[in-house]
Design a protein around this ligand. Structure first.
Ligand SMILES: O=c1ccn([C@@H]2O[C@H](COP(=O)(O)O)[C@@H](O)[C@H]2O)c(=O)[nH]1
Length: 274
């Protein structure tokens, strides 16, 4: 069986949680107390992880927040990754894919070099662009299917001549391309009416569901419609809604307390599906 999938499924059942914390760590948004430290973003991430590890089963690092800061950002990303709890799934939200030989290098970068458990990829370039990722049969590959943003209507929700929509075509292809249970899809929490239909059509895929909190998606519906028949195989990502609690903080401890309260509340709201 697939190592990444097993690891996170075990966590989901033991913690009764689908919570994935998004480390979209923006130096302009992190509390002032971190700015006097040598590595503000790294210390911020460490504090968020300490505050959430009881509730979270996965952590998602969106590459934009690290790559935009050049070498310093990548060093923070590497140290953050090294400090994640080993039992949690680590996801690189990079939305990559290119011609085959280039995709292979992306796969080597995220899986072999950085050591992530999972990666988001874009399906637009088709099978040969995703094959190098699916070759990693112990990792999880999350293919963008029906994304949370309004622009999903521009392409993903368009009807093809065959009568299905583009996201449905992606869904059926991904189910054919998966190896050893390594395929997942990204479906926005803002698309909960389609989420139920997508889960029915793809009982074996792993779902990554972003869009709860700042984007207004429903946590309850995402949890209820997203999980498989064993109440597993789904992660609900929350980034800004956890890592930027309201208020000002005069100590790291008070910041961690506020983050922990947010994570506990979300964790608690998921309990009904277990
Ligand atoms: O359809 C998608 C795909 C990816 N994302 C990413 O998830 C987080 C959401 O952040 P919030 O602050 O919780 O809104 C972010 O990294 C996005 O790039 C998504 O939102 N929707």
């Amino acid at each position: 069986m697939n190592a990444a999938r097993n690891k996170v499924n075990e966590q989901i059942l033991s913690k009764k949680s689908l919570l994935c914390v998004g480390l979209d760590s923006d130096p302009d948004k992190i509390p002032e107390i971190f700015h006097s430290m040598q590595k503000p973003v790294l210390e911020f991430n460490r504090a968020v992880v300490r505050a959430t590890r009881e509730h979270a089963v996965a952590y998602k690092l969106n590459m934009a927040f690290y790559e935009s800061r050049g070498i310093e950002g990548l060093l923070d990303m590497q140290s953050t990754l090294e400090n994640l709890p080993s039992e949690s799934l680590s996801i690189a939200d990079a939305k990559r894919a290119d011609i085959g030989n280039t995709s292979r290098k992306y796969a080597e970068a995220f899986f072999d070099h950085w050591g992530f458990d999972a990666l988001t990829v874009a399906p637009y370039m088709g099978e040969d662009s995703l094959e190098p990722f699916f070759d990693y049969d112990q990792k999880l590959i999350f293919v963008l299917c029906l994304t949370s943003n309004p622009g999903s209507a521009d392409f993903e929700e368009q009807q093809l001549q065959s009568g299905t929509s583009l996201y449905q075509a992606v869904l059926s292809k991904v189910q054919r391309w998966e190896r050893n249970g390594n395929a997942g899809i990204v479906v926005g929490a803002t698309k909960s009416s389609q989420l139920r239909e997508i889960r029915k059509a793809a009982p074996g895929l792993f779902f990554l569901i972003p869009g709860v909190g700042a984007q207004g998606g429903s946590l309850q519906e995402s949890a209820a419609f997203g999980v498989d028949e064993n109440s597993q195989a789904a992660l609900i990502n929350v980034s800004r809604g956890i890592i930027y609690p309201e208020g000002s903080f005069d100590s790291i401890e008070s910041f961690e307390d506020a983050v922990s309260v947010k994570a506990a509340r979300l964790h608690n709201e998921m309990q009904s599906i277990f």
